[in-house]
Design a protein around this ligand. Sequence first.
Ligand code: DUC
Ligand code: ZN
Ligand code: ZN
Length: 460
Amino acid sequence: MSILIKNGRIITAADDYIADIFIEGEKIKMIGSTLDVKADKIIDAKNKLVMPGGIDPHVHLDMPFMGTFSSDNYETGTRAALFGGTTMVIDFILQTQGKSLYSALNEWKGRSDGNAVGDYSFHMAVTDFNENTKEEIKDMIEKEGITSFKTFMAYKGALMIDDRQMVGLMNEVKTRGGMVTVHATNGDMIDFLVNKHKAEGKLSPLYHYISQPEITEAEATGRFADMAYYTGCPAYVVHMTCEGALNHIRAVEKRNQKVYVETCIQYLVLDASLYDKGFESAKWVMSPPLREKKDQATLWAGINQGTVQIVATDHCPFMWKQKLMGENDFSKIPNGHPAIENRMELLFSEGVNKGKITLNKFVEVTSANPAKIFGMYPEKGCIAVGSDADIIIIDPNENHTISAKTHHMNVDYSAYEGWELKGKIKTVILRGTVAVDNNELKIAKGYGKFIKRKKSVGII
Ligand code: DUC
Ligand code: ZN
Ligand code: ZN
């Protein structure tokens, strides 16, 4: 199968030019100003933008969590991602405390194998670091292509590890050439505040937000950066939300340390005023919670200053009846919100079309940087001869409205219901095959491939 994309405006993290792209099999074979070559399919991309497929490095599909499972599985989640221009996701395996990393890997393979529509990979969340876990790190990196290890400084009693385990893990991961990533919030402080509010009978979703003040994230981010500095381990903070946390990262740059930072689309475009809606606010109960306008301004600035490298989603959807598990107690509301399908178009509309970021920056934070930081570049994250033909074609001027009635995620509400966006994903190509065209799916479950990742080269 071959495809010729003609007359498109090609945007990568570094380039912006009009040219044709010839795809053969799964790869980009030629790029030229006017390619005179026969192809099985010709796509006219005149007046459209042609970009590398989005990579969302933070999603939770079919994940056992807070007594239930996230409602998108590998089929529905990766399919919705494709409709929104994301051709690859990185999901999280959660080690069960007391069990091995391999038993968790096998459990996650059982749910994902043969079920994905789009490409995917895994981070390994280490929730119990001990002598046995330590032995498995090398094989995860070298045999399984899982080169990043997630840690939780919160979710006390379930996923949280202490600083002793963190330092031990960092030492081992550094030695083996991997990276440690973190959910950086102070689990003990949050536990104290949750219990205090419950004891006072303050049980509405608002108290989820009040139980996780900015300082809980800022403190843990600084502590994590210090442990990474001490051990010399490559480090990455997931879903950063606030000024206090980013200021810690800005500060450690002065001692020549690099800590990578991811934020998520919701922290850029939504704010904590949504916690004022009674139980409806459960739609936005996620951890960390939404913050203030001043935090949004800091995150947009961080993107343009290069201290925030990635915009992900932390996609972790739950049906409304699952959210109702916490109707009388905010601490029982499953944490998470749906965004896997909305990330690219929201960032394009709110970021590029409103003049907050450039087109090149858009590609950098949605595709090129995830590929570089997580060991997939230049196979993914760019448009170049020899790269995987993961390509999206965007009409930058088409208007559309987000709604749960039309989205493809397996969740019965939208966190962005009624939002009017400018800029629409028209065609999505995944490894040389048209996956979505004009809102129609062209591939099926099983097309999505597990991508073994290399060691990170970082951003150079
Ligand atoms: N935060 C969420 O909101 N959901 C899943 C896990 C997390 O850290
Ligand atoms: Zn998290
Ligand atoms: Zn997460």
